[in-house]
Design a protein around this ligand. Structure first.
Ligand code: M6R
Length: 360
């Protein structure tokens, strides 16, 4: 029931702080020892490489997961597009471990990979899904739930943030089990609380983002999101949100890669939305902003407080750089929502799309 909300998507965006709290309650009752199950942990400890498989938004959450597993658990990790990996000829490591990210648990492309994992590669697998007893839930060796509550809007929002949070739980648990210093020092419980508060502050202030969407996205034909590192991963997700419900031709780019071709697409007034949340790279992305500005782009900046400069349009609270995608994606979700409304579309039911894609 969407209650007073005009669309499920807005309700689901607003629910994200509560979802993070539910994940804390479910998995972090003892913050030092995330509750993911001893068997799962033992199996993951054997892994010399983790392969995270997903489609669409779930793939984008997997990209962020790669950073989490490599930094907190020190296991080399790859994020893979399910439909590609299903027919690839990969050189797998000696002891691969597969993680399937899927909100619905029914995505045919992801299932296709799971079948190979079981029948061809005989490797252990974990499905992280929102739907208990879904196909991928039943068929994997291990399973964890996202606890996001039903997601009805076709555009995935709270499942993305839940996927990142649960990946962080698993990465922290694995890092602790392996005695990795980074994992011991990473106060996940506290970071998730900070993230929940930060998202709350952003959704409480959504009128501001509505105005930005009105001023910049009401009539444009195309738009770009840019960033580096995890900001690039969020740029991919932000662009997917925008294109699927507003039908604006939107792309996410690695900001340093722009000048190798894509910058040719920048015209007078083309919206370019930059993500600036990583200390190491924010300055470099600001140089790329100047490059597009001098070609006429209309630039919007989403910056974390510690890196923000006067004039940045959207400033978000600063939390751990590893988990900041949990909050930097929220203004992008809202921009997509309001752009779709501005253009008069059905936000929850975009054309040509289904909530769960059960055909290959
Ligand atoms: O249910 P899944 O997470 O496996 O679905 C994967 C994609 O189909 C899904 O994330 C899709 O990209 C969304 N419509 C994006 O908002």
């Amino acid at each position: 029931d969407r209650g007073a909300y005009p669309y499920y998507m807005l309700k689901e965006i607003d629910e994200q702080p509560a979802v993070l709290h539910r994940i804390q309650e479910t998995y972090l009752e003892n913050p030092a020892q995330p509750a993911i199950g001893a068997d799962l942990l033992a199996a993951m400890k054997q892994a010399d490489q983790i392969y995270i498989v997903g489609a669409g938004t779930s793939y984008h959450a997997g990209l962020v997961g790669k950073e989490l597993f490599e930094r907190l658990a020190q296991v080399p990790t790859q994020a893979l597009v399910a439909s590609e990996f299903a027919y690839a000829d990969p050189m797998l490591s000696q002891h691969p471990f597969f993680i399937f990210l899927t909100q619905s648990g029914e995505t045919a492309d992801s299932r296709q990979v799971l079948v190979r994992v079981k029948e061809e590669w005989h490797a252990p697998s974990l499905t992280i899904t929102n739907v208990e007893n879904s196909t991928l839930y039943r068929e994997a060796t291990y399973q964890l739930l996202l606890k996001a509550g039903p997601e009805i809007a076709v555009a995935s929002t709270k499942a993305y943030t839940a996927q990142i949070a649960v990946e962080a739980v698993v990465a922290k648990a694995l890092g602790m089990a392996k005695q990795i210093a980074n994992a011991k020092q990473f106060d996940l419980q506290h970071q998730l609380s900070l993230a929940a508060n930060a998202i709350q502050a952003i959704v409480d202030d959504k009128e501001e983002i509505k105005q930005i969407a009105h001023d910049n996205l009401a009539t444009t034909r195309n738009a770009f999101y840019i960033g580096r590192g995890v900001d690039y991963f969020v740029a991919l997700e932000a662009a997917l949100k925008l294109k699927e419900i507003s039908y604006i031709q939107a792309e996410g780019f690695a900001s340093g890669e722009l000048k190798h071709g894509t910058i040719a697409l920048i015209e007078d007034q083309t919206p370019v939305i930059a993500l600036l949340t990583q200390k190491k790279t924010a300055g470099h992305t600001r140089s790329n902003i100047q490059e597009v500005q001098s070609r006429g782009a209309r630039v919007l900046r989403i910056a974390s407080q510690n890196l923000a400069k006067p004039g940045d349009e959207i400033v978000i609270p600063a939390i751990s750089e590893l988990l900041i995608p949990l909050i930097s994606v929220v203004p992008a979700q809202l921009l997509a929502y309001y752009a779709s409304l501005e253009r008069g579309y059905n936000v929850d039911q975009p054309r040509n799309l289904a909530k769960s894609v059960t055909v290959e």
